[in-house]
Design a protein around this ligand. Structure first.
Ligand code: NAI
Ligand code: MG
Length: 356
């Protein structure tokens, strides 16, 4: 298989960890006889420095012609005081919107060698293995008007039927190839948008008789995430609820440096990035954990290229590394050996090429 991948290193540790993902992909390509080509572009703070915009047209052009996009992270204190159109996050919001990456996927799975790191009791977090699907390009973050009024303020929550249908469908499709349980999260006891959301889920469920559906109100869902995370298989929800719940879920396993994410368009084009940010506090020290970035590359193989075996191979290699005791400074494995970004990457590469 031949695929062209755009690399957007971004800022801070983004640049340090993107090379790790590239190396692992190159190893996978030679192992499975694929050809992956890479092309690097600017986004975020570095793009502001070089091109006076967080999202150069050249970057958008290249991304829209690519088979997939891998991003590090954007942002840092250097640009914190900039006016809003010259903020690094504008680059990220812009690319999601311009490429219509409407579905944000975040798998959250307990890793047995890191169980102790969870803020929850071991017996609660033990079997957690969920996929959160958040609508990313609609809802209250993008509704107009959004402005101060003479006596207050207004934000607007708007969804078209089609926007809800396509994300709900994603949820059913994902549940179908997992444990066949879809939890749809809304606030249907209060919000009109949630009532329509719930109707659409009910309608769609007729096309997926093999998938069981639970409707949860967002407040109940927030509680259940910490009291019974193993209840969830696939969660589908709108933009604002998904933002909050996916951050809540991301701390369940206690290892932010381990979590990948995908943002997808209907035709499979996707942008893959770690959940964490640019970690300016450790940037340039060579100690960043590259595993979330490497696992994001695995998500890319699975969701954009349909290379399920190759994706599993990367996940297995990462797990084996941890079982062998390799860890970066952000995670700790009792009796293990603490390494930097380069050595951690080498440990993964070693496990990719020596299959157990
Ligand atoms: P952060 O995720 O960058 O860092 C939070 C803490 O986790 C820091 O102590 C950091 O050192 C640590 N950490 C994060 N990733 C790590 C890794 N791979 N290995 C080891 N330690 C890691 O979040 P923070 O500090 O709130 O934001 C820093 C910058 O990143 C800000 O400018 C923010 O806007 C940006 N950001 C960007 C995101 C993106 O590009 N998608 C997402 C979140 C934040
Ligand atoms: Mg968030």
């Amino acid at each position: 298989m031949e695929k062209h991948i755009i690399l957007l290193p971004g800022d801070g540790i983004g640049r340090e960890i993107i090379d790790s993902a590239k190396q692992v992909l190159t190893a996978i390509a030679s192992e499975y006889n694929h050809r992956f080509t890479f092309e690097e572009h600017a986004i975020g703070g570095n793009a502001i420095d070089d091109y006076n915009t967080p999202l150069p047209d050249k970057t958008v052009d290249a991304c829209s012609k690519a088979d997939a996009i891998l991003m590090g992270a954007v942002g840092g204190p250097k640009w914190d005081a900039n006016p809003s159109h010259l903020r690094p996050e504008k680059g990220l919001l812009g690319i999601r919107k311009q490429l219509e990456l409407f579905a944000n996927l975040r798998p959250v799975k307990t890793i047995s060698s890191l169980l102790y790191a969870s803020p929850l009791k071991e017996e609660i977090v033990n079997q957690a293995d969920m996929l959160i699907i958040r609508e990313l390009t609609g809802g209250i973050y993008f509704g107009t008007p959004s402005e101060r009024t003479p006596n207050g303020v207004v934000d607007t929550l708007r969804y078209t039927r089609e926007e809800i249908e396509r994300i709900v469908e994603r949820g059913f499709e994902a549940a179908r190839i997992r444990r066949k349980h879809l939890t749809s999260v809304d606030k249907a006891n209060v919000l009109e948008s949630s009532k329509l959301w719930r109707e659409i889920v009910e309608d769609k469920s007729k096309e997926y008789p093999d998938v069981s559906v639970t409707h949860l109100l967002v407040d109940a869902a927030a509680m259940k995430l910490v009291t019974q995370p193993s209840f969830f298989d696939v969660i589908v929800t709108e933009n604002l609820f998904g933002d909050i719940l996916s951050d809540e879920a991301s701390v369940l396993t206690g290892s932010l440096g381990m979590l990948p994410s995908a943002s997808l368009r209907s035709d499979g084009l996707g942008l893959y990035e770690p959940v964490h940010g640019s970690a300016p506090d450790i940037a340039g020290k060579g100690i960043a954990n590259p595993l979330a970035m490497i696992l994001s590359a695995a998500l890319m193989l699975e969701h954009s290229f349909g290379l399920v075996d190759e994706a599993k191979e990367i996940e297995r290699a990462v797990n084996d590394c941890l079982l062998q005791g390799f860890h970066t400074a952000d995670i700790h494995i009792p009796g293990g050996v603490q390494v930097g970004t380069k050595q951690m990457t080498e440990a993964v590469l070693e496990n990719v090429t020596t299959k157990s």
